[in-house]
Structure formats: structure tokens, C-alpha cells
Design a protein around this ligand. Structure first.
Ligand code: AMP
Length: 435
């Protein structure tokens, strides 16, 4: 029976078995981030609206068109977070983490909210995995952040393409001069653009590169690119980042037309795309945001980070085999009332000894319980009837081979862990192994 209630448009319930992969992925990524010295951070789902207006920029599509903004009872304007970098920077500044050891290296996993038109791979609530390294403008931290995301996606077998660019810094000697050149070039060719895009020339000229309109895309192929107009310092920084990436074998494609959607980006910008995703082909991306702290009223504080879309990684990794090794898995089958009571004890005892143990609470007969044991994916069944109760043992059935034997209750935990351990040694699970 359905009630007529539906999850809000553009949101997803994360249900088993999909939720297994989801959970595995977020844990796996956490391990990758932690091994590079990043620590977990969790900021509120909503922030003062100004954090995004000033941080991300009112001219960006995300802030201008996609935010869930509301007034609370005190008349404060709040916004469900559309992205993670501005909130993390807000938290770093609020708690003066920038006055401690630098760089501050943090990672996050959580839901983000944008009022977009839902389609495959595009939702109104979606999940991101991200890292932020705040406090250093050294090219090696750019290379570190890019390598971590590149490695993670490759270990997950998503086979992404890495696009790399530098978009300079906001200064008349750098991006300022380039923008003037670009605007003049666009103004001369406004008639060759899709009419829906001409507003971008004055509103946010860089975003003309992001147009989805074929006419504009074709025009932008011949537009002047920022990498030909970078100042000496940005040119040198970009060269250093590329040389470090070359040294550690990170494969990238130079993408002089790559601009990122959020206004705070400076210098290094990168994006991962996948041919497996259709029109929403970005798995994630990131870049440097050296002006973000100041736009939030903080000191000069450089930073770089990335955000990857969890939903899209899962969409792109169709042939995944991410079963976690986990503990031994057993289903306890009870024959008769006395055995039912006993099986509840047995299951509790096994769980306390780190065995995954399940049993029937739907009053099924023997056949029904065996079926459930199979359905649960258990490796073994422990069958308990009057005979077993009298002898103080269980009949341990191997659900793969069908073999069964009596095992003393006091030995059961040891036997299960031993057999499970032998099997775990024989197969070594994990991403990328054997594929
Ligand atoms: P962005 O901060 O916009 O660059 O987003 C980083 C990544 O988050 C994107 O490449 C996507 O993988 C994911 N993402 C962004 N917006 C959405 C959305 N509306 N639905 C699903 N995933 C999204």
C-alpha cells in the first residue's frame, strides 16, 4: 500500500542494496583522505545566506538561481548549503584554525542542496566528498589535492579524464586584463552568440565558456584563452603544478577553456569528467580559492580543494564489486519453541563476538528459515533443534557446499572466525584488484 507521499522532487532515498555501495564509497574515500593527513569536518546543513553570497559570489548561477533560502523565526536569512568550501572557510575563520599549524587540512562528506532541474545525475539534494587545504599557496599542495582526487577515482575504476587549467588571479595585470580582452572580443561577436547568453558578456564574461548553447559553444572555440594572458607569477605557479603532476605520473589534459562555476576560484582549476555519465558528465572538480577568506572578512589566506559527486561516482562505476570483507555471516535456524528461545541467546552471543548473526522473527518453518538464510547472503546456517540442544551443539551448514557437521557450542565462535579468516586470505577484495 502506498500513502501518496513522495520524497520531494529531485531527492533520493538511499536504500539497500545501493546504500551498501554508498556507505562503502564514503568510508573508502575517508580512508584515502586520512592517509594524506586530512581530518573530518562537519559544518551545519545551513548557513547565513551571506556566507554564500559573499563567498561563492552573487553572480554565480548557484547563488543567483539555485539556493534554498528561507527566513527563520528570528527573521534571519538562512540557506541550505549549496556547496562545501565557503562553509568550511567560515568555520576555519570562526574558530581561528588559521592561527594554528598550517595548512589546515580537512575533508567532508554530506548532502548539498541546489534547486536545479532534476535529470539523470542531477538532483536537488546530492552528496559530495570533498577536501580543503587552507593556508598554503605552494604549488605542491595543488599537486597533492589533484593527485588525491585522481588516485581515488582511479582506484574506484571510474576511469575519469582530468582537465586542468589556470584561471589566474583577480588583478588588472592578470585576469583583469584578460577579461577586458575577452569582453571586447565578445562584444564584437554578440550576434554570433545564442541570444540567451549575451547577458553573460557583462554579468560574468568567463561563464560564456560554460554555455550549453551550441551557437555559443562553437563561438567560444575561437575565443582568446586566459592561459595566454596570465601574469608572470600565475604562469610560474601553473608551470610548477604541471611539472609536479608530471613527476608523480598524474595524467591530465590542458583545458584552457575550463572555468569553474563558482566565483571564488583563482589560479589552478580542474575537473574530472566521465564518458559514462551522459550530459551531466562532471564527476567533480576543484581549484584554488585564494580570495575566499578575504571575501568573508578574514585575512589573506590561500586555499585549494575539490568536491566529488558521490551520486555520479556511483552512476559511473557500473561494474563495481565493492563488497566489504566484513565479519563471518551466519543465519541461526530454530526448530521448535525451545530452540527459538535458545537461538535468540546464540545470536546475541555471536554478535558480541563480532559475528554477523541473523535469525527469524516471522515465525517461519524450517524451510522458510533456510530460504531466509540464503536470501540474507549468510555463508553458514547454524541449525538448532531438540537434538542439538541436548548435545550442546549446533549443526553448522556450509551454505555454499551444502556440507554440514555438528559443532560444540563452546567452539562455534572459534570455528567461524577460523573458516572466515581462511577464506578472506584466499580472496583479496577491494577496488581495482584483479580487474
Ligand atoms: P560543483 O561544486 O558544482 O563543481 O560540483 C562538484 C560535483 O558535485 C559535480 O561535479 C557533481 O559531481 C556534483 N554535483 C553538483 N551538483 C549536483 C547536482 N545537482 N546533482 C548531483 N550531483 C551534483
Amino acid at each position: 500500500m502506498t500513502t501518496g507521499f513522495r520524497a520531494p522532487k529531485g531527492t533520493n532515498d538511499i536504500l539497500p542494496p545501493y546504500s551498501r555501495d554508498w556507505l562503502w564509497l564514503t568510508r573508502y574515500a575517508s580512508g584515502v583522505f586520512q592517509r594524506s593527513g586530512y581530518e573530518y569536518v562537519d559544518t551545519p546543513m545551513f548557513e547565513q545566506t551571506e556566507v554564500f553570497e559573499r563567498g561563492v559570489g552573487a553572480g554565480s548561477e548557484v547563488v543567483g538561481k539555485q539556493m534554498y533560502t528561507f527566513d527563520d523565526m528570528g527573521g534571519r536569512s538562512l540557506t541550505l548549503r549549496p556547496e562545501g568550501t565557503a562553509p568550511v572557510m567560515r568555520a576555519v575563520l570562526e574558530h581561528a584554525l588559521d592561527r594554528g599549524p598550517l595548512p589546515v587540512k580537512l575533508y567532508y562528506v554530506g548532502p548539498f542542496f541546489r534547486q536545479e532541474r532534476p535529470q539523470k545525475g542531477r538532483f536537488r539534494q546530492f552528496f559530495q566528498l570533498g577536501i580543503e587545504a587552507i593556508g598554503s599557496d605552494d604549488p605542491s599542495i595543488d599537486a597533492e589535492v589533484i593527485e588525491i582526487s585522481w588516485r581515488l577515482l582511479n582506484e574506484l575504476d571510474v576511469k575519469p579524464r582530468l582537465l586542468l587549467n589556470s584561471i589566474g588571479h583577480q588583478d588588472p595585470t592578470c585576469r583583469g586584463a584578460y577579461l577586458a580582452t575577452l569582453v571586447a572580443w565578445l562584444e564584437d561577436r554578440a550576434d554570433q552568440m545564442a541570444p540567451a547568453d549575451t547577458y553573460r558578456i557583462t554579468a560574468n564574461p568567463l561563464r560564456t565558456f560554460d554555455s550549453k548553447e551550441e551557437k555559443t559553444i562553437a563561438l567560444m572555440e575561437t575565443a582568446p584563452v586566459i592561459t595566454d594572458h596570465l601574469c608572470a607569477a600565475c604562469t610560474e605557479h601553473f608551470a610548477a603544478v604541471r611539472s609536479l603532476l608530471d613527476e608523480i605520473g598524474v595524467v591530465y589534459e590542458l583545458a584552457p577553456r575550463l572555468v569553474r562555476g563558482l566565483d571564488y576560484y583563482t589560479r589552478t582549476a580542474f575537473e574530472f569528467v566521465s564518458g559514462r555519465l551522459g550530459s551531466q558528465d562532471a564527476l567533480g572538480g576543484g581549484g584554488r580559492y585564494d580570495g575566499l577568506s578575504e571575501s568573508l572578512g578574514g585575512p589573506a589566506l590561500p586555499g585549494i580543494g575539490f568536491a566529488l559527486g558521490v551520486d555520479r561516482i556511483l552512476l559511473a562505476s557500473t561494474d563495481r564489486d565493492w563488497t566489504e570483507p566484513g565479519p563471518p555471516h551466519i543465519y541461526a535456524v530454530a526448530l521448535g519453541d525451545a530452540a527459538r528461545r535458545d537461538v535468540f541467546n546464540l545470536v546475541t552471543e555471536l554478535r558480541r563476538a563480532v559475528v554477523r548473526a541473523e535469525f527469524d522473527v516471522m515465525n517461519r518453518g524450517m524451510k522458510g528459515q533456510m530460504k531466509e538464510a540464503d536470501r540474507s547472503g549468510a555463508r553458514w546456517a547454524a541449525i538448532v533443534g531438540d537434538d542439538e540442544l541436548a548435545k550442546g551443539e549446533v549443526t553448522l551448514k556450509d551454505l555454499k557446499s551444502g556440507e554440514q557437521e555438528g559443532v560444540g557450542r563452546s567452539n562455534l565462535i572459534r570455528v567461524l572466525h577460523e573458516r572466515h579468516g581462511n577464506e578472506a586470505e584466499a580472496v583479496s577484495p577491494g577496488p581495482g584488484h584483479g580487474r
